[in-house]
Design a protein around this ligand. Structure first.
Ligand code: IPD
Length: 278
């Protein structure tokens, strides 16, 4: 099992590096942009190219495994998760950032077995940050072990993150705004950030640069690698209801410690969100 996992993680790192090189090459160029579900849900030719490269490399190495990828699903492929080993891939998490040459972009490759993340690799090629996590073996940033330090005693001592996502439906926007206002007013948090990458928000929890991140709307490919980064660094993932983390559920709270999750949950007004496996 050890040998297998070493093979999985080394392969994923190698593929993430190759994918990152393509992203670096295209980063300053003019992108060919199209839209998916709505005008603010972007995809570029690079997302498609990188996903193709990642999948062809993974399929050569692990032909019996299953695969779920952001761009394949938007082309009509299934996102149903079975108990089989499944590679869940986001070729560019932070596509809008990529289009606008904002450096918070990442390749995310997660291996999920029995519906639990076993290996996670998140590579931010412009920032030169490689995050790697293996179940029960720890999380690492550029080879340095990550351990969450000095988690905040309460939300008023916390730096937190939230993402708007792509949905511009006015009811959804109103509920998201209401949540932000309620949190600011009730908990007086020190700051509220939005990096534009769900995976990197979660990696930043793991390296103690953020204390909590929450969102309605991220997909399994945004979280399949990074949820393990958070857990292996000593943090916690739940749904926005504070229940057990649900990879396909499309809601997330990631945090440095449990107490701030318990503090934020009663403040949140829930937003109906369609699951990835529905
Ligand atoms: C999105 C980004 C964004 C988050 C969305 C994600 P994409 O991923 O992570 O920050 O708000 O929920 O879907 O589309 O750039 O791969």
């Amino acid at each position: 099992k050890q040998d297998c996992r070493l093979h999985y993680v080394l392969t994923a790192i190698n593929i993430a590096n190759n994918a990152g090189n393509i992203i670096k090459d295209c980063y300053h160029q003019v992108k060919t942009v199209s839209t998916k579900d709505c005008a603010t849900d972007l995809v570029t030719d690079t997302d498609k190219l990188v996903e193709k490269l990642i999948f062809s490399s993974l399929k050569t190495e692990f032909p019996s495994h299953k695969f779920i990828g952001e761009e394949s699903v938007s082309n009509g492929e299934s996102s149903e998760l079975s108990l089989e080993p499944t590679w869940i891939v986001d070729p560019i998490d932070g596509t809008t950032n990529f289009v606008h040459r904002n450096p918070y972009v990442a390749v995310s490759i997660g291996l999920v077995i029995n519906k639990k993340s076993e290996v996670g690799v998140v590579y931010a090629p412009i920032l030169n940050d490689l995050y790697v996590a293996v179940k029960n073996e720890g999380a690492y940033l550029n080879g340095q072990r990550l351990k969450i330090l000095n988690p905040p005693s309460c939300l008023s001592n916390a730096l937190i993150a939230f993402e708007w996502g792509a949905d511009r439906d006015s009811n959804v926007l109103a509920l998201k705004s209401r949540n932000l206002l309620d949190i600011m007013q009730k908990h007086q948090v020190r700051g509220m950030r939005s990096t534009g990458s769900a995976a990197l928000n979660m990696c930043m929890i793991a390296c103690s640069s953020l204390d909590l991140y929450f969102e309605w709307g991220p997909h399994c490919w945004d979280m399949a690698a990074s949820n393990l980064m958070v857990e292996e660094a000593g943090g916690f993932n739940t749904t926005t209801l504070g229940c057990d983390f649900d990879l396909m559920g499309r809601t997330i709270i990631s945090a440095a410690c449990k107490n701030i999750i318990e503090e934020i949950v009663p403040t949140l007004t829930q937003i109906p969100t369609r699951r990835d496996d529905e």
